[in-house]
Design a protein around this ligand. Structure first.
Ligand code: 13P
Ligand code: SF4
Length: 348
């Protein structure tokens, strides 16, 4: 984000300090600026690009990422990049998506522990079993899944295009995996009735359905409740509440707006309300505040994504120094997964 080749370290530090002073303790900024300076130099030497998800901590997000965004925007960047190396400051399924779309590039994820509870909730074998049980029904898979699950799918979606992807299929029934809450939110938005295959009628036959879901959940967004919303509204009557669609349908309904991480960021940037509360990973509120100091952001920071928080400036520097951790996807899986991801990219 900074033109480091035309800037001295002191200028770089002062720019970063001006951006972060409201959200990062002052004593940390110089230390982080020094790390970021080294990363930016190495990134240039190695012809690498850094993609940073909206949930990255503010110092990293505002100092080293060449592109920031939500899963959809970053997968588009991964598909277009001409750099030799993609360093993905996000979680494993995102780095895998980059490798699926750009197999000739080296894709690095700075931590081996950056997983995702949704991606862990379903296997390729689960998808094959569902296909056998509901033959001919197309499978839509949220990008928060691993490559082998994507490979069993007809099309992927993200939080930014899920309803559009479902509508694009123009079929009576679809299988939507693995996020239970996103599926319910999409079912409501697209006017469909959803069932979960474990729920049976007395005689064992599935009840009437148009969407078939799965019980995966995001361990962060499932924690937000309608009581949180009531309490915050009581204390701050002018608050505007934004909820990610991985939150429960009750929470999404009680919020004022729901959208992808970038959708929420744009909403805040393009409106002028008293104050905002984001029901999503806490760092995003800090990132928006750093870029828009005139906004008033409330945060519920008791809930953090333990996976996104694995990605640090220290590990990103190591990733570039040691070429770690390299993402590999077996070609037979990659080719099939790429079809599902690319099909999504043509729709949204
Ligand atoms: P976005 O696609 O909205 O950035 O969401 C990714 C994610 O993991 C949210 O928890
Ligand atoms: Fe996965 Fe939830 Fe973390 Fe997003 S916030 S990466 S869905 S665990």
């Amino acid at each position: 984000m900074f033109e480091e080749n035309e800037t001295t370290f002191e200028e770089f530090y002062l720019q970063l300090e001006a951006k972060l002073r409201e959200v990062v303790p002052h004593v940390e900024i110089r230390y982080k600026a020094e790390l970021a300076w080294k990363i930016n130099k190495l990134k240039k030497d190695k012809n690498a690009v850094i993609l940073g998800h909206n949930y990255m901590e503010p110092a990293l997000y505002h100092s080293i990422a060449d592109y920031v965004g939500d899963s959809l925007e970053l997968s588009r960047k991964a598909a277009e990049t001409e750099n030799d190396i993609i360093v993905f400051c996000g979680v494993k399924f995102m780095a895998e998506t980059a490798k699926i779309l750009s197999p000739e590039k080296t894709v690095l994820l700075p931590s081996e522990r950056a997983g995702c509870s949704l991606a862990e909730s379903i296997t390729a074998s689960d998808v094959r079993k569902l296909r056998m049980r509901f033959p001919g029904v197309p499978v839509v898979t949220y990008v928060n899944t691993y490559a082998d699950v994507k490979a069993e799918s007809d099309i992927c979606c993200t939080s930014g295009n899920a309803s559009a992807v479902v509508d694009s299929l123009e079929t009576d029934t679809i299988i939507f995996l693995p996020d239970e809450y996103l599926a319910k939110n999409v079912a409501r938005e697209t006017g469909r009735h959803i069932i979960f295959p474990t729920y049976k009628k007395g005689n064992g036959t599935d009840i009437d359905f148009q969407m078939i879901g799965w019980h995966g959940k995001c361990e962060v967004h499932e924690k937000f409740t309608t009581e949180d919303i009531e309490n915050v509204r009581k204390q701050f009557p002018d608050v505007v509440i934004l909820a990610h669609p991985e939150c429960s349908p009750e929470v999404v309904e009680a919020a004022d707006f729901s959208g992808s991480t970038s959708g929420m960021t744009k909403y805040v940037e393009q409106t002028s309300m008293g104050r905002y509360l984001l029901l999503t990973e806490c760092s995003m509120g800090d990132n928006i505040l750093a870029a828009n100091p005139e906004k008033e952001m409330l945060r519920l920071c008791g809930v953090r994504c333990p996976h996104m928080n694995q990605i640090t400036l220290e590990d990103t520097l190591k990733a570039l120094e040691l070429n770690q951790y390299m993402i590999e996807v077996p070609e037979s899986i990659r080719v099939r997964a790429a079809k599902a991801v690319r099909r999504m990219l043509t729709i949204s």
